[in-house]
Ligand binder design. Sequence first.
Ligand SMILES: Cc1ncc(C[n+]2csc(CCOP(=O)(O)OP(=O)(O)O)c2C)c(N)n1
Length: 329
Amino acid sequence: MSRAPAPVTLPRERALALLTDMLRIRRFEERCADLYGQQKIRGFLHLYIGEEAVAVGAVRALAADDAIVATYREHGHALVRGISANAIMAEMYGKREGCCRGRGGSMHLFDAATGFYGGNAIVGGGLPIAVGLALADRMQDRSRVTAVFFGEGAIAEGAFHESMNLAALWRLPVAFFCENNLYAMGTALARSESQTDLCVKAAAFGMPAVRVDGMDVIAVHEAAREAVARVREGGPCFVEFQTYRYRAHSMFDPDLYRDNAEVETWKARGPIHNLSNRLKADGLLTEDEFLAIDADAAKEVEAAVAFAEAGSLEPVDDLALDVVAGAAR
Ligand SMILES: Cc1ncc(C[n+]2csc(CCOP(=O)(O)OP(=O)(O)O)c2C)c(N)n1
């Protein structure tokens, strides 16, 4: 099932909140790219720029106490879920003030207090975790939904098929949110999958599936709300969000596997100007208001950078803290 691009059908305040979140992610990640160039942030860094509508529309469709499991491209999901920009930026710097005390870094943001169960560097690694969370909720009579975000590259993993099967078999409350950005590192979907219609994969498990324009935050939000309501009522659901990353896979990727023309075509459909132009056309947003929201987002990020800069590194004496070693008896 395909969806046409939605008009601005949301109340103004809600549409502005979605726009604000997308700008917060965009400014946060653009700054991360700068900081990486300055070697303030080190190790791996996977940017989500271009894909913001998916995290924003989908996370905002969840209740505050629903659970989230994500991938290594998860800074945006963490920010929208409510981990502070300060705690995320400090984590990127490897500082003790970070959400994982600097021990996780970019790929392993985690915060039990907000129900954000990672950040996972293993492709497909979040899927069984999400099924386990949902099973635990079932066994302990909690009614929350677990949303798991994963790339289309994860569909080639056995963990995807096992997780989909068990979730469907046991009717567990999992929303499977596939972020299809067309490439798994440098490998286009059609080069690795005999069946490129991802909704067909879900149908194989008897799971309802829907495909959505992931560059349209309102379409994402509406589809995610329907999916989450369905999961809350009656078991798992699969949503494919068709999206695109503007940047390379990670900071180490020379990005030689796609044409500039393709990147430019997707940029023309960018989620931020897609929404801001529609709001302006409907008389719901002025250019000055847009610039003020953007300036606030940049201010939040600068404050986070200052917080991270002022943070502290773990003392060497704490190196073995939380490390468990020794023979099992
Ligand atoms: C099990 C496993 N295999 C391989 C890798 C190396 N790897 C890291 S990211 C990636 C591509 C994943 O692409 P996709 O799932 O589409 O997500 P995207 O990066 O596009 O968001 C691969 C193969 C890994 N991290 N884990």
